[in-house]
Design a protein around this ligand. Structure first.
Ligand SMILES: Nc1ncnc2c1ncn2[C@@H]1O[C@H](COP(=O)(O)OP(=O)(O)OP(=O)(O)O)[C@@H](O)[C@H]1O
Length: 415
């Protein structure tokens, strides 16, 4: 991860300034360690900051009470702006992605805070194996379970999917009880049906080693849970902080791949079934068994549901985050092209870490500014990117950490 350039408070263009904001703001949340200013409140240690792991019943209770008291912010005229994103109580998914280190997590976390402060019970999920949600919120959100983020006006929960832990559990499970542990493990992920079917097809041994793409499969299984499980019913906005480009594209194309693979398995199974039942009927031994193909077909339907969700303009949007450099803009252009090929809706492009205006640039800053202007021109001329709504986010003078900082940057980005 490339660290952001941090401009000191003595910089000639000390604006926009988180430092200024925080000297005037107090908060329940733990804003931690801002450079260049002295916070007026006691900043908790990020490692010991209080976070709450919640049980299913707590989530349900909050959900019920929210349904009674919540009023979601009204839509504004600008349908393409934040007003469009916040309006309506039907569930919407936002995926933020782009090159490593450009500010995906900061943008995703700031969007989640803004949604929560606008009245939406919100869930922010990290599918990046190198999670930084905890760092961004300055709260411990690790553990792979729903954790409530302290600070926003309405419930905001975070979930850092833990592929390494999942992979380890997978290995352990596959060694237990002659492989039935794998089934339990996959069932926990909402993929039990797949194992059953593989068992039917005597392909269970394939599960003994974690397959390539398990990280993405875990993320997909979570999406299925978001769609089907009561635990997640309360959330009207789900924000994904995705892994850098390649991983994310694999994640988005996985349902297609699984759908096609299941299709092939189904065909193969049909052939085997008709051949074996022909033999069995010749010998008068055909048994009536529940049709495994039905279950596979159901799994396939779920995959189609996920695939459709990724493509549904009304409920899903992929927001590309970039920085104003030739390399990052080029990668964003390729990402947009790939997303278009996958029919994933993209409407916005955030250009993050733009140097704020200044009257007196030093030579270094003037050079950087010229470079950034060139990258912005590149975006204007790029057929993949020029059609997107451009959101310019300034490089701020301190690291963006904690809910107040995320609120500050979120109010600049999400308008
Ligand atoms: N506009 C900004 N101004 C100042 N600092 C920023 C800005 N945006 C992001 N940063 C800082 O840059 C660093 C990287 O940001 P972030 O973690 O959000 O990027 P990322 O794209 O999610 O990284 P990764 O690909 O490693 O997950 C963080 O220290 C963050 O505080």
């Amino acid at each position: 991860m490339a660290p952001a350039t941090i401009i000191s408070s003595s910089s000639p263009f000390f604006s926009p300034s988180l430092g200024n904001v925080f000297s005037a703001t107090n908060s329940r949340a733990g804003a931690v360690g801002f450079l260049g200013f002295a916070p007026k409140f006691q900043a908790p240690n990020p490692l010991t900051a209080t976070t709450t792991s919640v049980s299913l019943s707590t989530v349900r209770k909050i959900s019920r009470s929210l349904l009674q008291v919540r009023s979601v912010a009204a839509p504004v005229e600008d349908v393409a702006g934040f007003g469009d994103m916040v309006s309506g109580t039907q569930r919407k998914y936002y995926m933020l992605g782009g090159k490593g280190g450009v500010g995906k997590t900061s943008c995703a976390a700031s969007l989640a805070v803004k949604f929560a402060n606008s009245g939406h019970p919100t869930l922010v999920v990290s599918t990046d194996p190198a999670h930084s949600l905890s760092d961004s919120f300055a709260q411990d959100l690790t553990g792979g379970t729903l954790v409530q983020v302290e600070g926003p006006d309405y419930p905001l929960f975070a979930l850092e999917l833990n592929p390494e832990k999942a992979r380890e559990e997978f290995r352990t499970a596959s060694k237990q009880n002659g492989g039935t542990g794998v089934k339990d493990f996959m069932e926990d992920m909402g993929l039990g049906m797949l194992v059953e079917q593989l068992g039917e097809l005597k392909l269970g041994e394939l599960l003994d080693t974690p397959p390539p793409g398990l990280d993405e499969a875990i993320a997909i299984s979570k999406v299925i849970q978001f769609l089907e499980s009561e635990e997640y019913n309360m959330f009207t906005r789900i924000v994904f902080d995705t892994a850098p480009t390649g991983h994310t594209l694999r994640l988005l194309s996985l349902p297609d791949f699984l759908d096609a693979s299941i299709g092939k398995i189904l065909k193969l199974k049909q052939k085997i079934t008709s051949a074996t039942s022909a033999i069995k009927s010749v010998f008068g031994k055909e048994e009536k068994r529940p049709d495994a193909a039905d279950k596979l077909e159901k799994l396939r339907e779920r995959m189609i549901k996920v695939r459709e969700l990724f493509r549904d303009v009304d409920s899903t949007e992929f927001v590309i985050v970039t920085i104003p450099t030739v390399m990052a803009v080029s990668e964003s252009s390729r990402l947009r092209a790939s997303l278009e090929k996958e029919n994933v809706p993209v409407k916005r492009l955030i250009v993050n870490q733009l140097l704020p205006p200044s009257v007196s640039d030093c030579k270094f800053c003037a050079m950087r500014r010229k470079d950034q202007a060139r990258a912005l021109d590149m975006i204007q001329d790029d057929p993949e990117l020029s059609t997107l709504r451009l959101i310019k986010a300034p490089l701020v003078d301190v690291e963006i950490r904690g809910v107040p900082a995320l609120k500050f940057i979120g109010d600049i980005i999400w308008k």
